[in-house]
Design a protein around this ligand. Sequence first.
Ligand SMILES: *Cc1c(COP(=O)(O)O)cnc(C)c1O
Length: 239
Amino acid sequence: MTASSNPPQADESLARLVAVRSRVASAAKAANRSASDVHLLAVSKVQPVAKIRALYAAGQRAFGENYVQELEGKVVELADLAGIEWHLIGPLQSNKTRVVATIAQWVHSVDRLKIAERLSAQRPKSMPPLNLCIQVNISGEASKSGCAPDDTVALAVAASALPNVRVRGLMGMPEPDIGAEATRGQFKLLANLFNEARSQVPSMDTLSMGMSDDLEIAVECGSTMVRVGTALFGARVTS
Ligand SMILES: *Cc1c(COP(=O)(O)O)cnc(C)c1O
């Protein structure tokens, strides 16, 4: 089947996926890293399920959502897609942990022990352990979520003792629009914390950092999972 026999949506999704993968591959090469060490999480928040289906058809399996209610709806609507993997990347309140523990494979936004404890207690025993990343406030902005850099290692160690979760790594977001040098500085802070934490928590293998506009810098600084929305789906249209 030639590409031109696909519906336009499928062609566009495939082209965007190929372009993002090639950006990741070039960045990995420039950093003397293997492209296969950098996983791609497609951030599908606010995007219609038809676009998720098109990207899935193009080969993408891991999708990230920010809002629990939207995640819930999409998990149900897309239950027919075998092997699809759901990551919650947005803030998580205690009263929403139960549903997340039941439907997600990953949570990137754990910022305190209480959330990890609830997720572990509420994870169904019939499911594999829930993969967790500790979100770190690397920008230092008071408005941003995440635990303080100084508390990160202790939180990772404490969460790693819980039975039904697996601490996989750290997640962080730099302050927007601060330029490449300052962005690099905030990514390096996260990478250093990651190296420190994983010397005590051997299950940690994931450094979740980098988005559409800064994935090259993130890969240069050691990212193993970039979270890409706009570059894969086009602009988010909100009403
Ligand atoms: C929206 C979002 C992304 C993706 O951002 P883009 O700039 O669209 O690639 C990544 N991570 C988090 C936590 C987000 O909220």
